[in-house]
Design a protein around this ligand. Sequence first.
Ligand SMILES: [Cu+2]
Length: 355
Amino acid sequence: MSLVANARAMGRTFGSMAFGLGAALALTGALVAAPQVLAQAAPAAAAPVAPVAVTEPAATKATSPAANDNSAAGADVYVPAKPVAGVGMPTARAYGFQTQFSPVGHEALAMHNAILMPIIVAITLFVLGLMLYVMVRFRRARNPVASKNAHNTVIEVVWTLLPVLILVFVAVPSIRLLAAQYKAPPKNALTVKATGYQWYWGYTYSDNGGFEVISNMLTPEEALKRGEPQQLGADKRMVVPYGEPIRLQTTGSDVIHSFAMPSLWFKLDAVPGKINERLLFIEKPGVYYGQCSELCGARHAFMPIVIEAVSRPVFNAWLKANGGTVASSKDAKPGTVTAVASPAAAPAVAAKPSA
Ligand SMILES: [Cu+2]
């Protein structure tokens, strides 16, 4: 076979490869260009086990997370709420982020969906388009004599300045988000300390008598019985009020753990001999699931975190039921979120007490 024929055959091969790449890219682009798909989905990595569907009547499934508001049941009594499938927990076969329930979570998700993803997709498509063009237009068969150009001042200025401008454009909202994530909690915030143990969590209510709630993962059978997602359900929950600032502190008792709640945009290492703290603000009542996110030993994968956000009166009742005290300065502080479910939507009697 002559050299020319060889080059032609190679050109054809490259041509079909380019077509295949283009088709694959078009598909990827279509997928990526749908930010709402991303916004609804949960990270696949955070879903080691498909969550068990809640085996409740349609009333529980169909209602919004606000349906978990116990205060709607009338009396200020804490009854563990049933989780709502797909809310505050990972979803099977999903990708992207979980739906957010905190102000900083909304900001971060918007940063990802409206700024980072479009820029990344545009740059990727642009570079791939350039590569395909060069591969086809300047292949040896079509362009046997290569150009000897070594400099082009205009292009060099453009490809230096453009990336700088893009980075500056991304840096402004990025730094603002970083600052928002580490904003100090206000002085009157409720303090809760999460301690990581090998391999379970303890929640200490420092402002309310200093009692500690020890939380262990449910066995698969028990989780199924209670309608809890497997490997995410725990026997005791960290109960906190919604609609008010919480100073969530983390520490480790033995090794480094990490307190991570994907749907609340909260992740903070729990380090022995040290207290980290961050502001946690939960907008809606509901049950939210997370996991230890720092490899901490043999049972690292089996120390889930369950936060239940309830109204302030129900939280106070829960404190008293657990032998805690109710601080007067923080008593009956009105929540800034006023969403309350209709009484019929709260399945108070259906919930199985775990406290
Ligand atoms: Cu851990």
